[in-house]
Design a binder for this molecule. Structure first.
Ligand SMILES: C[S@@+](CC[C@H](N)C(=O)[O-])C[C@H]1O[C@@H](n2cnc3c(N)ncnc32)[C@H](O)[C@@H]1O
Length: 260
């Protein structure tokens, strides 16, 4: 009788391959099949077996991403065939990564599934410029929020978020920064609130700027920072490294490797 395989939903971290967890590297090394999302650094696949089947399922070069149903059907078929499947996602699979939907779907089909956390870009991006998400003087909490709801009606309640005295960490918000800015200002957030935008955090192409909420769309346009980007709104941005001034762009990449 054939043993049923298993699916691991694995977080690949924000980009720097050294930010992968040891547990994630071990799962990748075990896998027969690896389904790889967009924003996963290809260097991470160095951990894979030479005979592992690698399937890219993200959007590439403006193409449509692979339909979610196809990905789920494939994971179920491979696991039923007794194979070890790794579903590799950028950041953390349970933060805006559809990990919850996929886990439910797999379990509904009777497939064993494990989740292996990754470092989310919402943690790594601010840290890469010296910005903590909480600080006893500046912010008593942080909210992770998407700038891009599943449907146009599923957007966050920006007015409620504007009233919170906490750090806002906005994913998928760069393309809609004008709408987000207007909604936060309308909700009462001060135009002088510090904001940081970090593009391609922890990668050699990382770029960032620090500005204010009032000037966010103009600053982004002026410096041409696009997706993927994390927007951090709140007083903690005052802690940003000194050399991340308004409009500072393409600062030299600093390896995350510990100095020895
Ligand atoms: C579909 S969400 C996936 C988030 C991912 N699961 C995580 O935990 O980081 C994609 C968004 O994550 C953010 N993102 C992912 N990697 C990033 C990076 N290296 N630098 C900045 N933002 C990043 C961007 O906001 C991007 O639009």
């Amino acid at each position: 009788m054939k043993t049923q395989g298993k699916v691991f939903l694995v977080g690949a971290g924000p980009g720097d391959p050294e930010l992968l967890t040891i547990k994630a590297a071990r799962a990748i090394a075990l896998a027969d099949v690896i389904l790889v999302d967009d924003l996963v650094n290809p260097d991470i696949l160095d951990h894979a077996r030479f005979d592992a089947r690698i399937v890219q399922v993200g959007k590439r070069g403006g193409c449509q991403s692979t339909p979610q149903e196809f990905i789920e059907r494939m994971m179920i078929a491979e696991a039923r065939a007794g194979r070890c499947v790794v579903r590799l996602k950028g950041g953390d699979p349970f933060i805006f990564g559809r990990g919850g939907e996929e886990r439910a779907h797999l379990q509904g089909a009777g497939i064993a599934v494990d989740v292996i956390n990754g470092i989310s870009s919402g943690l790594a991006a601010p840290a890469s410029i010296g910005v903590p998400l909480t600080h006893r003087d500046w912010s008593q909490g942080a909210v992770f929020v998407t700038g891009h709801g599943k449907t146009p009606h599923a957007n966050p309640d920006w007015a409620a978020l504007a009233r919170l005295d906490m750090t806002l960490v906005i994913y998928m918000g760069v393309a809609r920064c004008g709408e987000i800015q207007a909604a936060l200002l309308a909700g009462g957030k001060a135009a002088s609130t510090p904001v940081a935008v970090i593009h391609a955090a922890t990668l050699p192409s990382q770029a960032q700027l620090v500005t204010t909420l009032g000037e966010l769309p103009q600053a982004l346009a002026a410096w041409g920072l696009g997706s993927p980007g994390i927007i951090v709104v709140g007083d903690v941005v005052r802690c940003a490294d000194q050399d991340v001034g308004a409009g500072s762009r393409h600062l030299p990449y600093q390896s995350q490797s510990p100095r020895v």
